[in-house]
Design a protein around this ligand. Structure first.
Ligand SMILES: [Zn+2]
Length: 294
């Protein structure tokens, strides 16, 4: 064997080692997505939060918000725990309860997250609720709501025009985004793509784990939703908003098998049980208003 052959063999061996190292590293390391702000989104966190405040004010006018301070405070404590463990903790997160039986939750830009009362009835322990909240926080972390608006704005205006305008104050941003975001009221009904849902799921389990919650909570809640046997009209919104729960359960189980979470993560709490008890003592949600007669 001459020197050249030896060098070639050594180089091949080194290459194989490197490939094995990379493969090993990939299989051992978590694959939590690291979302970056899209290039067409020029808005600061403050501007996004200002827009979110407007969207939330409109949503509050349109939907029956449950004004029960203990319940809201519990939801905000839990929600902020998972939000602070997220990759975007600098946003100010606000959580509200919508007083309907619908099994659903949704997020607006700027950290405004709404949970329908039907979802609070549906979840069976604190890790399930933490998982759902962590999923909604995932949409905010990954700029999903904001990017839809920003994309339209960018397509229409282009970055150059934006730069010419110089710094915008918050009200100017709200005005612009209302124009380009379409009717602000539609935010609650906006559907995310399947890719966005998968990304929010993946971010959700890591948010939950870092906040100390068992990520199985989100998986179990999704799994039960996929075989929900109650009134279909109550869950329809959630299924439309969050497509193919069975596929999402499978993807999350694969992730958690490849990257097992630490043992001993929290599943339940007395505060959760107390919140459920409190919920059961409240009068039922108001009946939805019938559409006006034609
Ligand atoms: Zn979602």
């Amino acid at each position: 064997m001459n020197m050249k052959q030896t060098l070639q063999q050594m180089s091949a061996a080194a290459g194989a080692c490197l490939a094995a190292f990379i493969l090993l590293n990939v299989s051992l390391s978590a694959i939590e997505p690291t979302p970056a702000k899209p290039f067409y989104d020029p808005f600061t966190d403050e501007q996004e939060m200002a827009f979110g405040r407007e969207a939330a004010a409109e949503t509050d006018k349109r939907m029956p918000i449950l004004d029960q301070s203990l319940l809201t405070s519990y939801l905000n404590d839990l929600g902020n725990k998972v939000a602070q463990a997220s990759r975007r903790p600098q946003i100010q997160y606000t959580f509200k309860v919508v007083n309907t039986d619908v099994v659903n939750a949704f997020s607006l830009p700027g950290g405004y997250i709404y949970v329908h009362r039907g979802l609070l009835d549906f979840v069976q322990n604190e890790s399930e609720l933490a998982g759902v909240l962590a999923h909604e926080v995932g949409h905010v972390v990954a700029y999903h709501s904001m990017s839809n608006v920003a994309r339209q704005y960018w397509l229409d205006q282009g970055m150059s025009q934006l730069k010419q305008r110089g710094a915008l104050d918050n009200q100017q941003v709200v005005d612009i985004l209302q124009k380009y975001g379409g009717p602000i009221l539609l935010f609650a009904d906006r559907k995310f793509s399947r890719e966005e849902e998968s990304e929010a799921d993946m971010l959700g389990i890591y948010n939950a784990i870092r906040a100390g919650y068992d990520p199985e909570g989100l998986v179990l809640a999704l799994n039960r939703l996929s075989s929900f046997t109650g009134n279909p009209s109550l869950v329809e919104t959630f299924l439309l908003d969050h497509p193919l729960p069975a596929d999402r359960v499978q993807a999350l189980r694969t992730e958690l098998t490849q990257n097992p979470p630490p043992a001993g993560l929290k599943q339940d709490s007395y505060a959760f049980k107390a919140a459920k008890l409190l919920l059961s003592t409240l009068p039922p949600p108001p009946k939805p208003k019938a559409p006006p007669h034609q």
